[in-house]
Design a protein around this ligand. Sequence first.
Ligand code: SF4
Ligand code: SF4
Length: 136
Amino acid sequence: MVTKKFMLYFPKSETEKPIIYHLVKDYNLIINIFRAKITPEEEGFLVIDVTGEQENIDKAMVFLSGFDVQINTRKKGLIYDSTKCTHCGNCLSHCPTQALFIENHQTMEVIFRENLCIECLACVKNCPYNACSSLF
Ligand code: SF4
Ligand code: SF4
């Protein structure tokens, strides 16, 4: 079993189709939804963790490619821009999973551990330097 993170974009034509239902039912995948949004234009954004056999995940991606759904290969909606980060540490107490983290207490450099990010967006609201932003 493996777990992979994906960000999916659904144009208006695809938002009412039961695509996620089929990922669960037909490919035996466990879907953990981190974040979902439907815009006033009826476009959909979804950040999910998918857990299952690699073979089934691969087949599910082929199934998805039959729709007009874009799979974001960056796999995330939260963007951490290390060039803007001043390592001020303001985000650390707001990040519930320690995805933003100080590894080396001598340099006090803040690092971003993407695999731990649950897309809560607390850092977006609490970063004074806009180093954290959301794709949607
Ligand atoms: S609040 Fe922003 S600038 Fe400060 S450490 Fe966190 S990400 Fe970097
Ligand atoms: S979105 Fe939430 S979990 Fe992810 S880095 Fe920001 S505060 Fe941490």
